[in-house]
Design a protein around this ligand. Structure first.
Ligand SMILES: *[C@@H]1O[C@H](CO)[C@@H](O)[C@H](O)[C@H]1NC(C)=O
Ligand SMILES: *[C@@H]1O[C@H](CO)[C@@H](O)[C@H](O)[C@H]1NC(C)=O
Ligand SMILES: *[C@@H]1O[C@H](CO)[C@@H](O)[C@H](O)[C@H]1NC(C)=O
Length: 410
């Protein structure tokens, strides 16, 4: 407990320090970023080459351009080079959450990671990377250094990123797809389905650690950031890209963990809840690739949901601006009860999850109470927290095996 508290205060100190750092040194940070982007391009040819091919899987890099010009990378994993089969392989799209990227699905060893397990089980695996993350930073006219590049929240991931990748995979494969989302990846899907979008290209959806209602969230880091209007403060300081890595906080944490032998799982605990099943080595792997940047505006949107307990579009905080964008004084709600009752859903949640609180999941399930009984599978795992769903040593047995059994029935 004392340890967790110490970690929280360390994190908050780092966050505050980054805020002051950015305030005074915004310019030098930006030049650093440009340099690091160049370096990244030079020694890193993408997720296929760095994470998939070394495990002896075939992998193709694809790019998709959204209607507002963002160039997103997508990876397609095929059967193991040694003796795979071809044939009718249903496409599955994997959508990561906020602060993460497609590597989410590749962090565990190959025999335990969902992306590889799906490929082994004859699914055609497509890994999405949302705008602004390391491998999806391109744009037809903007640069990540431009304020306008970061002018979006998850509403735009719903209206722009998701349809772009769905359309692409649907047309490449000629088949409707299964969707697997984690965290914000579930929110994006639920919001889209509630507006009856994507359904004609969708076969079924899996929601891991679902994020929809967030009013009961217990994560001390997320809640205190929301209640103290941290993202709003950063935004008004002119920080439009929120990147913990850019301000060296993560590097510093990693050094502290490695040099002092402090178990870094505590850092994840402060944010995501007491994950039951993380092997201490995976936190190092995680810190090698994550966290990823997002827009400060997106964090403001998420903070609004934590404070208000509703699932609405972004609130411009000003009736006039809301009217201008939405034709009404308050932002429109996403109505979870509008999700079609016959859509096959598999929803898995954990009793120790500090971000996807059980009471919030119950609210979501309540909105889905008219869902056809045989189309909604729910799985509850008492000891699981937010990161266990993608990084747990036993996630294969606990979540992925039942998940794949569900997909095979759809
Ligand atoms: C952000 O996008 C909105 C439209 O959604 C536009 O009205 C506004 O001018 C944009 N702001 C910036 C700084 O690009
Ligand atoms: C932790 O992960 C490492 C590397 O994958 C592995 O060698 C070790 O057996 C794992 N430990 C446990 C307890 O699963
Ligand atoms: C949400 O959708 C359900 C089902 O379509 C409808 O009965 C309900 O009135 C809607 N709620 C709101 C607030 O619009």
């Amino acid at each position: 407990m004392a340890n967790a508290l110490a970690t929280i205060s360390l994190l908050l100190t780092l966050l505050c320090r980054s805020a002051t750092g950015v305030r005074t040194k915004a310019f030098s940070l930006r030049s650093q970023r440009r340099l690091s982007d160049l370096v990244a391009v030079a020694d890193d040819d993408g997720i296929c080459q760095s994470m998939v091919e070394p495990q002896n899987y075939d992998c193709e890099e694809h790019t998709v351009t959204t209607q507002d010009g963002y160039i997103l990378s997508l990876q397609r994993i095929s059967v193991r080079q040694s003796g795979g089969t071809t044939g009718d392989r249903p496409p599955v799209m994997l959508q990561h959450g906020v602060f993460m990227d497609g590597i989410t699905w590749l962090l565990l060893p190959a025999d335990k990671s969902l992306a590889f397990l799906l490929a082994d089980n004859k699914f055609d695996v497509w890994i999405a990377n949302t705008r602004g993350t390391k491998y999806s930073r391109g744009h037809t006219s903007l640069s990540p250094d431009d304020e306008a590049y970061w002018n979006w929240t998850w509403d735009t991931l719903v209206s722009s990123d998701l349809p772009a990748v769905f359309n692409y995979v649907y047309h490449q494969t000629g088949q409707r797809l299964h969707y697997v989302g984690h965290s914000q990846g579930t929110l994006m899907a639920l919001a889209a389905f509630s507006k009856e979008q994507l359904l004609d290209m969708l076969r079924s959806a899996v929601l891991l650690s679902p994020i929809a209602y967030m009013g009961q969230m217990t994560s001390p880091v997320a809640r205190s950031a929301a209640e103290n209007f941290l993202a709003e403060a950063l935004y008004w300081l002119g920080v439009d890209e929120f990147d913990l890595r850019g301000v060296a906080a993560v590097k510093l944490l990693q050094d502290i963990c490695q040099k002092t032998g402090v178990d870094c799982t505590h850092m994840l605990t402060a944010f995501t809840g007491p994950n039951c099943c993380l092997n201490s080595t995976i936190v190092d792997v995680f810190l090698d690739h994550e966290p990823q940047p997002t827009s400060t505006m997106n964090l403001i949107h998420l903070a609004q949901m934590i404070r208000d307990g509703t699932i609405s579009m972004y609130d411009y905080g000003d009736e006039g601006q809301n009217v201008e964008h939405y034709g009404q004084a308050t932002p429109p709600l996403y109505n979870m009860s509008s999700i079609p009752n016959d859509l096959p859903l598999f929803l898995s949640y954990g009793g120790a999850d500090a971000l996807s609180d059980v009471r919030d999941v119950k609210l979501l399930l309540d909105s889905l109470k008219d869902h056809d009984g045989d189309k909604l599978v729910t799985q509850y795992r008492e000891d699981y927290a937010h990161a266990d769903f993608v990084m747990g040593e036993n996630a294969k047995e606990v979540v992925y095996d039942p998940l794949m059994a569900f997909l095979r029935l759809q």
